[in-house]
Write a protein that binds this ligand. Structure first.
Ligand code: ZN
Length: 422
């Protein structure tokens, strides 16, 4: 039995934040959490470790990662399957050290998650708990089709067959790809309906990559459990999702990061920040289309289009994310950081980003803890600091309830009550 104390504790459920807090754990589970006086009175003989001016919170849950993804590491991709698995093990162990204790893998190459989970179960690999979708299902030529983590499947019965096969291979969820970079649904309604029905018939949940309005409408109708990205989600769609119990994983940080990098690229070419409005980029683009030889500061039309696209995405988040939350839709933190340049599974960055788009710090933490656990069907087991839950705990320096940047300074991580070496 052990007690840890700190200035405050975020329970991961609603607005519950305790000042002068303590948590008692035993046998890998939480025994009690609340004010230090109460917890220490309850367990007077337990040893106490005090973290001072820190915040105790549940281990974080990343709802959107691709285990072993090598899009940002072509060197690893060349190394073959075994190298990829070692890379995935390293990435996940790094994430665990920063306090990410559970991840939902939303498409990975066959066998990768199974091998990692087996190694963790056998006790010789310390990584976050993995919930996996296995390989994603896409229409022929659809989003991600060239990747080994994506399987092309068409037609309702072939889709049902693929769902059954994925479940047989150990998938906890099923992931569908429904669109890419344009408002062009890749699957028909009949196909999406078949996928969700088959998945639910087996007691599993379904996630879908859907970004644009008409595809999102189709996915809401089909009844997916989570919509990934939904970058132009409207409050009306959010209300429909809330009514049907569909959660939203906006992956806001990765999109915002891409937008900022592209805008930096323009700034490097002498285009002032004031020029980087969607309207002005459209003017640049029109000039180049009219005269392809015209010099638009050395940028191709494609580069300009991407700048414009990600600017629109960020504008949409800034405009819609908070109103969508107010419609009652559950927002979940997912990183999808396949572009590299960050720590593995940087959930803390997604939490900080969500606060920039209007969530409070405690709401944003809940999107990566209690809400995520509930959507995973693991409510009461992980994601909240309450008696009976796994002692998956993160301790960070400073006040994470007011300043989410505190999440960048990990002091300690416990997984099932065992402290993870930093
Ligand atoms: Zn993804």
């Amino acid at each position: 039995m052990q007690i840890i104390t700190a200035r405050r504790l975020i329970a991961g459920k609603g607005k519950a934040v305790w000042e002068n807090a303590a948590l008692c754990m035993e046998g890998g589970l939480i025994k009690a959490a609340g004010t230090a006086d109460l917890v220490r009175d309850q367990y007077p003989n337990a040893p106490v470790c005090d973290y001072g001016e820190a915040t105790i919170l549940p281990g974080l849950i990343d709802m959107h990662i691709h285990v072993g993804d090598t899009q940002s590491r072509p060197d690893v991709a060349q190394g073959g399957q075994l190298t990829k698995i070692l890379f995935a093990a390293w990435e996940l162990s790094q994430a665990l050290k920063r306090g990410i204790t559970t991840v939902r893998d939303v498409a990975s190459e066959p066998g990768v998650c199974a091998a990692l989970r087996q190694a963790a179960d056998m006790g010789f690999l310390k990584i976050p708990r993995i919930v996996t979708c296995g390989t994603a299902l896409a229409a022929s030529g659809g989003h991600g089709w060239p990747l080994k983590s994506v399987e092309e499947v068409d037609g309702p019965w072939k889709i049902r067959e693929a769902v059954r096969r994925n479940i047989r291979e150990g998938a906890d969820w099923i992931k569908a790809m429904a669109d890419e970079t344009a408002d062009m649904p890749e699957y028909t309604q009949e196909e999406l309906d078949a996928l969700v029905q088959e998945c639910h018939r087996h007691g599993k949940k379904a996630a879908v990559h859907a970004s644009f309005a008409s595809t999102v409408d189709m996915c809401i109708k089909a009844g997916f459990d989570t919509i990934e990205h939904g970058i132009f989600l409207t409050p009306q769609q959010a209300r429909a999702m809330a009514q049907k119990g569909i959660a939203w994983v906006p992956t806001a940080a990765v999109c915002t990061r891409i937008a900022r990098e592209r805008e930096q690229m323009m700034a490097d070419r002498g285009l002032a920040a004031a020029d980087l409005t969607a309207g002005n980029v459209e003017v640049f683009l029109a000039a180049q289309r009219a005269n392809p030889a015209a010099d638009v500061r050395g940028l191709t039309a494609e580069q300009l289009e991407r700048v414009l696209f990600y600017r629109k995405v960020c504008d949409a988040y800034a405009h819609n994310l908070k109103p969508c939350l107010d419609m009652g839709v559950t927002i979940l933190a997912g990183t999808d950081m396949v572009i590299g340049g960050t720590e593995p599974a940087p959930v803390e960055e997604e939490i900080i980003c969500l606060t920039e788009y209007g969530l409070t710090a405690v709401e944003a933490v809940e999107s990566a803890t209690g809400h995520a656990a509930r959507v995973l069907g693991l409510e009461g087991q992980i994601g909240t600091l309450e008696p009976g839950a796994a002692a998956d705990i993160l301790v960070v320096e400073g006040d994470a309830a007011r300043r989410p940047e505190a999440l960048r300074k990990t002091l300690a991580v416990y997984q099932n009550g065992n402290q993870i070496a930093q």
